[in-house]
Ligand binder design. Structure first.
Ligand SMILES: *Cc1c(COP(=O)(O)O)cnc(C)c1O
Length: 370
C-alpha cells in the first residue's frame, strides 16, 4: 500500500466558520461568562439530548462529575463503585471530593461496568455507583438502576463519551441522580472545553448552580462553599453550534461503524446489546492473540490514526495502584486487546475501505510475518 496516502486522524475536531462566527459574536457582545449563551446552551441541550432534564453547564466533564458528587454530599469516608476500564477522570472526580473509588470489573461484550461485578464491590461505606457509557455504548442501566435501588446508592453517570446514546429508547443522562457530559475537542461534540450536568432533580440542580459559582446565586450573598467551574459564553456559543450538528454527526458515526462492521476481518468488531443505541465516540475492535500492538504499529505506518483507550486500567495507575486490590481480569484483558479505529464524521467511504484493507491484510498474515 502507498505510504503517501494522506493520513487519517483518530479524531478531527470541527472548528468551522460557524464556530468562529459564534465566538466572535460573543466576544463583541462583551457578555462572556455564564451569560445568555450559557443559559441557551443549557436549555437546548436539555431539550434536544436528555428529554427536558435540568442542565447545568460547567468548565469540563471532570468538573461535571466532581460537582455532581459534591452536590450529593459525597466525600470523606465514602466509597463509590467505578469501572477501572475508563479515563482516569472518572476516578479522579471521586478522589477530588475526598471519597474513594472502588474498582469493579467490566462486561467483556460492551466494555462497560458489569452489574454483578459492581454488586460484589458494595460494602458498608458505598454510597454511589458511577457507570461509564464507554465509547458511546450505554452501560447496563436497567440492571444498575435496580442494583442501586436495592442498596440505596446514588447513580452518577459518566456520559462524557455518550452524547445521544440510549438504552431502550431512554437517553443516557437521566438514569441516575446526575450525569456528566464532556465537551472536550475530541468528544462527539465540543465547546473547546466544557461540561454539562443533567439531572431530573430541581433542588439538586440549584445546588449545582451554587457550587459552580462560589456558592452564589445573588452576587456576594454566598450561601455555601463553592468552586469556580463556570462555563464561558464563548464555549457555550460554540457548543450550541455543535449541538445543532450533532444528529448529523452521530448518524455519520453510526453509518461509518456499520461500514467497518461489514468490511473488517480477523478482529472482533464492537458489539451492541439489544435495545442499545451506540453513538460510537470510539469504534473499538478486539484484536486476538496478543497482536494488538503489532497491528497498531502497522496501521500507524500507513497513516491510520488508531489509538488504544486505555492501555493502563485506572487501578494500575500510580495514584490508585494498590497490590491488595482484587483482580479485574476482564479489565486487564481489554487493556491488552482493544484498538480504536477512526470513525468520526470526517472519515469518508474511501478512507474506511483503506482502514479495513490495512487491518485485514495485517490480520490475514500469520503473526510471525507481521
Ligand atoms: C473525557 C472524559 C472525561 C472528562 O471530561 P473532560 O471534559 O476532559 O474533563 C471523563 N470521563 C470520561 C469517560 C471521558 O472520556
Amino acid at each position: 500500500m502507498s505510504g503517501s496516502a494522506p493520513a487519517i486522524p483518530a479524531a478531527r475536531p470541527v472548528i468551522g466558520e460557524a464556530e468562529i462566527e459564534a465566538a466572535v459574536r460573543v466576544l463583541r457582545s462583551g457578555r462572556v461568562v455564564q451569560g445568555p449563551e450559557v443559559a441557551a446552551f443549557e436549555a437546548e441541550f436539555g431539550e434536544e439530548l436528555v428529554g427536558g432534564l435540568h442542565c447545568v453547564a460547567v468548565n469540563s466533564g471532570t468538573s461535571a462529575l466532581q460537582l455532581s458528587l459534591m452536590a450529593l454530599g459525597i466525600g470523606r469516608g465514602d466509597e463509590v463503585v467505578v469501572p477501572s476500564f475508563s479515563f482516569a477522570a472518572s476516578a479522579n472526580a471521586v478522589r477530588l471530593v475526598g471519597a474513594e473509588p472502588v474498582f469493579a470489573d467490566i462486561d467483556p461484550v460492551t466494555y462497560c461496568l458489569d452489574p454483578n461485578a459492581a454488586a460484589a464491590m458494595i460494602g458498608p461505606r458505598t454510597v454511589a455507583v458511577m457507570p461509564v457509557h464507554l465509547y458511546g455504548h450505554p452501560a447496563a442501566m436497567d440492571r444498575i438502576v435496580k442494583l442501586a435501588a436495592r442498596h440505596d446508592l446514588a447513580i452518577v453517570e459518566d456520559a462524557c463519551q455518550a452524547h445521544g446514546a440510549q438504552l431502550h429508547g431512554r437517553p443516557v443522562g437521566g438514569f441516575g441522580r446526575a450525569a456528566a457530559f464532556s465537551f472536550y475537542p475530541t468528544k462527539n461534540m465540543h465547546a473547546l472545553e466544557g461540561g454539562m450536568i443533567t439531572t431530573a432533580d430541581a433542588e439538586l440542580a440549584r445546588t449545582l448552580r451554587l457550587l459552580r459559582n462560589q456558592g452564589m446565586e445573588q452576587r456576594y450573598a454566598n450561601e455555601i462553599v463553592g468552586a469556580n467551574m463556570r462555563m464561558t459564553d464563548v464555549a457555550a456559543a460554540i457548543g450550541r453550534v455543535q449541538l445543532g450538528r450533532l444528529p448529523e454527526w452521530t448518524e455519520r458515526r453510526r453509518v461509518n461503524a456499520k461500514t467497518l462492521d461489514a468490511l473488517l476481518e480477523g478482529v472482533r468488531t464492537p458489539q451492541v446489546v439489544e435495545g442499545a443505541r451506540h453513538v460510537y465516540h470510539q469504534y473499538t475492535v478486539g484484536v486476538p492473540d496478543g497482536r494488538r500492538d503489532a497491528l497498531a504499529a502497522r496501521l500507524q505506518e500507513r497513516g491510520i490514526g488508531c489509538a488504544v483507550y486505555y492501555p493502563t486500567p485506572i487501578h494500575r495507575l500510580r495514584p490508585y495502584d494498590d497490590p491488595a486490590r482484587p483482580p479485574l481480569p476482564q479489565t486487564d484483558r481489554a487493556c491488552e486487546a482493544v484498538l480504536s479505529l477512526p470513525v468520526h464524521p470526517g472519515v469518508g467511504e474511501g478512507e474506511l475501505r483503506r482502514i479495513a484493507e490495512a487491518v485485514n491484510e495485517v490480520m490475514a498474515k500469520p503473526e510471525a510475518t507481521v
